[in-house]
Design a protein around this ligand. Sequence first.
Ligand SMILES: [Cu+2]
Length: 427
Amino acid sequence: MKKLLGSIGSRWMMIVGYGTLLAVVGFFAFRQVSPGNAATGKTRHYYIAADMVDWDYAPSGKNQITGEPFDDAANVFVGSAPNRIGRVYRKALYREYTDNTFTALKPIAPEWQHLGTLGPAIHAEVGDTIIVDFKNNTELPVSIHPHGVFYNKNAEGAPYNDGTGNADKGDDGVPPGTTYTYTWQVPERAGPGPGDGSSVLWMYHSHTDEVGDSYSGLVGPMMITARGKAKEDGSPADIDREFVTMFLVSDENQSPYLPENIKNHIKAPDAPPEGDEDFGESNLMHSINGYVFGNLPGLRMRVGERVRWYTIGMGTEVDLHTPHWHGQTLLMSGGQMGMRTDMVELLPGSMKILDMTPDNPGTWLFHCHVNDHILAGMLATFTVDPQSGAPSASAGGWGSPAAAAVNTTSDALYSFYCKITGRAHAS
Ligand SMILES: [Cu+2]
């Protein structure tokens, strides 16, 4: 009897024991994981939609580097012809709204006009939580996949065979016309490392059809500032101006909207033969933030400002880019630990940060240093105004208040352009 009771007792203990173990395992298996040191700061809410936009890669209608109309070389990419799409393509772009009704676009501040096709700048400080209410206004399922920040499986924004169930799949590809809320935490490991400045860059992009979605335009920047070093809006307190530039040969042949673009711009008798190489070439837009041939607006600053440049490379094998700034030098991320330079190497998916304190006023070339990309229009300008007072009279840059005065510098720019491209100076 005693033996039997003992046996029942030990079995009962085993059941209780296994039960407890299962409960503990279950708790760890099914709870949402969160990093230990996050969620102590602010919650930053963004309302971002993927919208269909007819995007003009050269809205000024001319080559702003030469100050001249597009020549034959430029017209390979931007020219209109019966069997060419031209310079306006239907794209899917991330755009910021004022609230979760997604009825009013949030106005883009002048200092962020330069983002072009890039989505809104998401800012946060280490310790914060980022919530993105996302609406898909496009015709295909898309997502937001963030780099760097801490996300659970229900906020990764990428479909693949990861063993997760339906509860963790809603983020993978948000169906057209629906919304999804992504929550990301910002632990120490999402912020600056020992060799970084006060903030780091991560990108976010759609990862439902990773290749097609990035060519359709669904990419944006996210800047994370070190704990205690952020302004109210999450941007770094020790920086006066931030610029984000993405260098990408935007292959519109691989955009899911290619058929639509052909249908909208090319009438049946003029349809290019399938596999037409010249047609394929005409759709390779060698762009910086979706602009070619100097059409990128808004890169404007003053002498002595603390300027941080965040650079992104995307694309494929042809996308080895070497952004080069004229007239100034920069320090690679890391301040005193950084390297002094005036150019940086970018490969697809890479993000690099450089700090500049401009000391040389004027309008300056900012271009990819790869020869083929120079010829294809991967060029922009930035303008440095004097430390105080009125903007420099010679300061140009398409879209700037002083754009009318750009011709005082465009001759010099054109001469230089002819020199670097080996072209005859058509004066
Ligand atoms: Cu390049």
